[in-house]
Write a new protein. Structure first.
Length: 292
């Protein structure tokens, strides 16, 4: 019995070391093809980043963002949780290495408003955490918004907008504040009209995705789940901190008539600095016309 226990303990230690020292910093740039544009549109490159939880001194993460910049996207979208602490200037410098051809759009997540705090990870097996009355030190999110705005990034918290995209036409975009904090206002989103072109929805938590799909947005991009952060090969995410099915914790999915992309994110809480079978990622979404 003792030799077996020693083997189990050694495997557990090795797994924890791998998850915290190797995979947590083993960044992946994934590419997904999404047929969601109107017929006759040119392809569009949308770089989706999320859940950076950026802290000063994270050189590998900063270098990965520089690599992402070399994809030369038309659009860059961040679905929140930029901050891993109060390091606003370092976070802004890291993400604004990316210079999209057309627009940089983003929403905020719960960790932009409130710093992470120690918690029991096993409580997530009981369901999503209750953040209606969030606790923890407030993060300087207003400084983040001001700094990103100075560099041309546009915040879309509970806001709808539209702009023209060469070769595509009108793009309708809605962004929601974080549903995990009950800050989202779905009334800013609207149902599809007959003359609408491409419709994009941006939100931190995928909990709002079913309602946005019912409003017939073509593409919904989210983060928040960290892809489960710890996944079991052959089983997938054990917990997601979301009401969405566990099988939709990361990647590209169909949700009614919409496409849903859930980004597994780049970072972790400082109190849970590990990933297993769930590499940190950014995703280049190659948008093409429907039916292509």
């Amino acid at each position: 019995m003792l030799p077996l226990l020693l083997v189990i303990a050694a495997v557990a230690v090795a797994g924890l070391a791998y998850a915290s020292l190797i995979e947590r910093n083993w960044f992946a740039l994934r590419v997904h093809r999404v047929p969601c544009l109107p017929a006759g549109s040119r392809p569009v490159r949308l770089l989706h980043i999320s859940d950076l939880h950026f802290r000063r001194g994270q050189r590998r993460k900063r270098a990965f963002l520089a690599r992402c910049a070399r994809t030369e996207p038309d659009l860059v979208v961040c679905t929140g949780d930029f901050l891993g602490g109060p390091d606003v200037d370092a976070t802004i410098d890291a993400v604004t290495q990316i210079h999209p051809r057309e627009a940089a759009l983003y929403v905020l997540g719960s960790n932009d408003y409130y710093a992470s705090r120690p918690t029991n990870p096993f409580k997530y097996f009981l369901g999503p955490s209750n953040r209606k009355k969030p606790k923890g030190k407030r993060n300087p999110w207003r400084d983040l918004v001001a700094g990103l705005g100075e560099r041309g990034w546009r915040l879309l918290n509970n806001e709808a907008t539209a702009f023209g995209l060469a070769g595509v036409g009108k793009v309708d975009v809605v962004g929601l504040d974080d549903p995990h904090l009950f800050r989202d206002d779905l009334s800013v989103a609207r149902a599809r009209r007959a003359d609408d072109g491409f419709r994009l929805a941006i939100v931190h938590s995928p909990d709002a995705a079913p309602a946005l799909a019912q409003l017939e947005y073509d593409l919904i991009v989210c983060g928040h789940t960290h892809g489960g952060q710890v996944r079991v090969p052959g089983i997938g995410a054990l917990v997601t901190n979301s009401t969405l099915p566990r099988g939709m914790a990361r990647g590209l999915h169909r949700l009614d008539a919409a496409w849903l992309h859930v980004n597994a994110g780049m970072g972790t809480s400082p109190f849970a600095p590990y990933r297993f079978a769930c590499r940190p990622e950014a995703c280049l979404l190659e948008l093409v016309p429907r039916g292509v």
